[in-house]
Design a binder for this molecule. Structure first.
Ligand SMILES: *Cc1c(COP(=O)(O)O)cnc(C)c1O
Length: 404
């Protein structure tokens, strides 16, 4: 409404023109509806705001949605990943193969256990870890593979599971982008022994902060529960309920990783809408595909047959050969048009901290290629087709102006 529409022939703000919109389009804005607002208020009034019946309900809902035996709610996906490694007994002296095209939390979870992250390059188009690169990185110390379903596009799990079986490796899936994802009929997180999910504010459904681990192994589920709450014997929260006093026993030095009923109040209403939100993002996605067709950039490749792409991020790759400016210039130019953008990711091997985990022969040409060219455009069930149109107009203005 307070939007100054302009045309693709307009001058970018960064070159002296007017912005495409007057209000800032926030990147990754969550969709929050009245039901969860009421639920949070009801939780506050109930006096039970810690880990309790609503967490339990959210876990059961999530397990059902993922067709998993167990779901253990935690306070982040980072915690979920860390606990998963601990539950699988991975630690000092072990190596875990993962993708450099991810967020630091993926590699950090490995490092926190004392194990070493070993990076295997990604595919340039799908941005998912390349199974052929995984094979090259296997050593006698390799204990596990940690694939990430990038942007919600499933990794080639048939190849990855074949490699894992052949070399006797555990598989932990980073499903932070991939609640809705399926590969050939199987839900993401159900291939490996554990799958880890995020409900961080920008993710497909949100609990403010929050995460979930799914598994079908009873003993792993028990360990996850115990280590998520101080290392206390399980269901310690029940000691505050009315079915009799129970003593707790410490069985290890656990963590404070539990989810609270305040967070679960959001989750229990968000989860039933997860596929409706996906459908909305799919429509916005198609709008982007059509509107960006003739620009010097690559749009995400179509999803493979017999898969569900969770469409968490719409990531373009700029064709730098056709532009007189670099990616960071375009990021700035879009921000000046009042379009919020993201970068997923600057590959982990390019950050100084992770250099210590590289070997001298390590090269990641595809991850480096993506890192220099990628831009994530706003995508959320909360956005309108007009919002997407603004992004398209802004990109048209900028890329036409700086086209070689
Ligand atoms: C968001 C994210 C995480 C961490 O999730 P939190 O819930 O914020 O801890 C881990 N891995 C990837 C790929 C992510 O995008």
């Amino acid at each position: 409404m307070n939007r100054a529409r302009s045309t693709s022939s307009g001058i970018p703000v960064i070159a002296g023109g007017k912005p495409v919109r007057n209000d800032f389009l926030v990147f990754g804005v969550p969709q929050i509806e009245e039901d969860e607002i009421q639920e949070v208020v009801a939780t506050l009034r109930s006096g039970w705001i810690g880990t309790g019946p609503k967490v339990n309900r959210f876990e059961r809902q999530f397990a059902k949605y993922k067709n998993s035996q167990y779901a253990i709610a935690v306070n982040s996906c980072s915690a979920a990943l860390h606990l998963s490694f601990l539950a699988l007994g991975i630690g000092s002296g072990d190596e875990v193969i993962t993708t450099p095209m991810s967020f630091g939390a993926t590699a950090n979870a490995i490092i926190h256990t004392g194990a070493r992250p070993v990076f295997a390059d990604c595919d340039r188009k799908t941005m998912n870890i390349d199974p052929a690169e995984i094979v090259k990185k296997i050593t006698p110390r390799t204990k596990a593979i940690l694939p990430l379903h990038f942007a919600g596009r499933p990794c080639p799990m048939d190849s990855i599971m074949t490699i894992a079986k052949k070399h006797n490796l555990r598989v932990i899936e980073d499903c932070a982008h991939a609640i809705e994802t399926k590969f050939k009929g199987t839900s993401a997180g159900r291939f490996g022994e554990v799958g880890c999910f995020s409900f961080y504010v920008t993710k497909n459904i949100i609990t403010g902060e929050g995460g979930m681990v799914i598994t079908c192994d009873h003993s792993i589920a028990e360990k996850l529960k115990i280590f998520a709450l101080h290392g206390m014997s399980q269901d310690a929260w029940k000691r505050f309920s009315d079915d009799g006093y129970k003593h707790y026993t410490f069985v290890g030095a656990g963590y404070k990783y539990n989810m609270t009923d305040m967070q679960a109040s959001l989750g229990i209403h968000q989860l039933p809408r997860v596929d409706r939100y996906l459908e909305k993002r799919r429509l916005l996605w198609e709008r982007y595909d059509a509107g960006l067709r003739n620009l010097p950039l690559l749009t995400p490749p179509p999803s493979e047959p017999d898969t569900v792409h969770a469409r968490h991020l719409y990531t373009i790759l700029l064709d730098l050969d056709q532009l007189s400016v670099n990616r960071d210039f375009v990021l700035n130019a879009l921000t000046k048009e009042n379009i919020g953008v993201g970068v997923h990711y600057i590959a982990l091997h390019m950050h100084p901290f992770y250099k210590q985990f590289l070997s001298s022969e390590d090269r990641f040409p595809n991850a480096a290629y993506v890192s220099e060219r990628t831009i994530s455009l706003p995508l959320s069930a909360r956005l309108t087709e007009e919002d997407i149109e603004d992004v398209i107009v802004a990109l048209n203005k900028i890329l036409s102006h700086y086209r070689r």
